[in-house]
Write a protein that binds this ligand. Structure first.
Ligand code: NAD
Length: 378
């Protein structure tokens, strides 16, 4: 069993749930700056944070101390790295710490599952990728937490694309409407662009990664418009509308808003022989469909020039939820490290998603198109 540790106990609690369930890894240590998160296994939830992750744990486990379940606690990454038993670290700290801490973990010879984004700028992102490549030569594995690749509904979409169910793909759209980011983050890091990268780097990078993954091609040009006029306590955009092209001329549109009272994620994929539509809700019952359905995700597909009756569909339950998907991604990463298989998402994938995201920010600022083939970002 690989001895795993989690650094950062916000979304990191979903990583803990993954290692606690893994057949290939064992959780031996956790690390955080907030004493209440180290006070007990349920400390993060007891303080009212990340409640959406609470169902990933048995209720009786939450009242126990980490030590009682055999997990050592540390207050800093330096201390954690002194624990020689730890072989793999999930780094789930605020975004602005990722590049420096990822280097530290890799230099110390530990496998690394880094939460996204890889860094906040290309220079540091490239350094992390280089450190990952050097570590790989010493048998140290690394990956990044764009977990949607492991979502069962997304995997169904991917298999439809790969088996040619809708022909050659020429266009993709991703529409994401959600509540603002939670304001209970450590030191309010997520509300400042200098610490989170802003909406596009912090979260739209997921959708650039998903588009690259589903269409299996690279983003080429990016244009974006944004507004930052809605939430004054976030110093960056609340909404981004992005148009992009892939290297082969296929087109991509992303609409991303942090101004919702509920959550919706809808993807469409348009091929020469048909269309795929995939929609997610956050919970089974949602105001956004008049509380009429009780699934989390629906994948529907049909032929070109088809009728609604010809459409086929497959629905997905809680296993398609975000907490479950992050847990699944962690288990898959541990299995890939244990079995020497390719990881679901590499640090290089993380760099490509970062580059497209930064390009969208530049495009919005200059109100023009950024052509990544002609002017790769430094
Ligand atoms: N993949 C996803 O879908 C997903 C979802 C949510 C968050 N995230 C990512 O996870 C990371 C954490 O986000 P969060 O929402 O959990 O934030 P958070 O603020 O709730 O948690 C971060 C934790 O890191 C701890 N921390 C801060 N500095 C530290 C340090 N130097 N050493 C050790 N611990 C430290 C804080 O005490 C805090 O408990 C971010 O990079 C975010 O982008 C990813």
């Amino acid at each position: 069993m690989i001895k795993a540790a989690v650094c950062g106990l916000g979304i990191g609690m979903a990583h803990c749930a993954g290692y606690l369930e893994s057949e290939h890894a064992e959780l031996v240590a956790v690390c955080d700056r907030m004493p209440e998160r180290l006070a007990s296994v349920g400390g993060t939830f007891a303080a009212g944070s990340m409640l959406v992750l609470k169902p990933l744990f048995e209720p009786q486990m939450l009242t126990r101390s980490w030590e009682e379940i055999g997990v050592r606690t540390y207050h800093s990454l330096d201390e954690l790295l002194e624990d020689e038993e730890v072989e793999l670290i999930s780094l789930c700290t605020p975004d602005y710490l990722h590049a420096r801490q990822a280097q530290q973990v890799l230099d110390a010879g530990r496998h690394l599952l880094l939460e996204k984004p890889v860094a906040l700028d290309m220079g540091r992102g490239k350094s992390v990728v280089l450190a990952g490549a050097q570590a790989e030569r010493r048998g140290i594995r690394s990956g990044i937490g764009y977990e949607f690749r492991r979502n069962p509904a997304v995997r169904r979409v991917k298999s439809l694309v790969d088996e040619g169910a809708v022909g050659t793909i020429h266009a993709c759209s991703i529409y994401h409407y959600r509540q603002p980011f939670r304001r209970d983050k450590w030191n309010r890091w997520i509300q400042e662009r200098s610490k989170s990268g802003g909406l596009i780097v912090e979260e739209t990078s997921h959708w650039f990664d998903l588009a690259r993954y589903l269409l299996d091609r690279e983003i080429s040009t990016v244009h974006a418009v944004v507004t930052d006029r809605i939430h004054p306590d976030f110093d960056y955009e609340d909404i981004a509308f992005i148009n992009a092209t892939f290297a082969d001329g296929a087109i991509l549109q992303i609409s991303h808003a942090l101004t919702g009272f509920d959550f919706s994620l809808v993807m469409t994929i348009h091929g020469s022989a048909g269309t795929i539509w995939c929609a997610f809700k956050e919970t089974r019952k949602s105001a956004l469909d008049a509380r009429q359905t009780d699934y989390i995700a629906n994948v529907a597909w049909g032929p070109l020039n088809g009728t609604p009756e010809e459409g086929r569909f497959e629905t997905f339950g809680d296993e398609a939820g975000e907490p479950e998907t992050i847990r699944e991604n962690v288990k898959t990463f541990a299995a890939c490290v244990a079995e020497g298989r390719p990881v679901p998402c590499t640090l290089s994938d993380g760099l490509a998603a970062l580059e497209a995201s930064l390009a969208a920010g530049v495009a919005a600022h200059r109100n023009g198109v950024v052509n990544l083939d002609a002017e790769p970002l430094e």
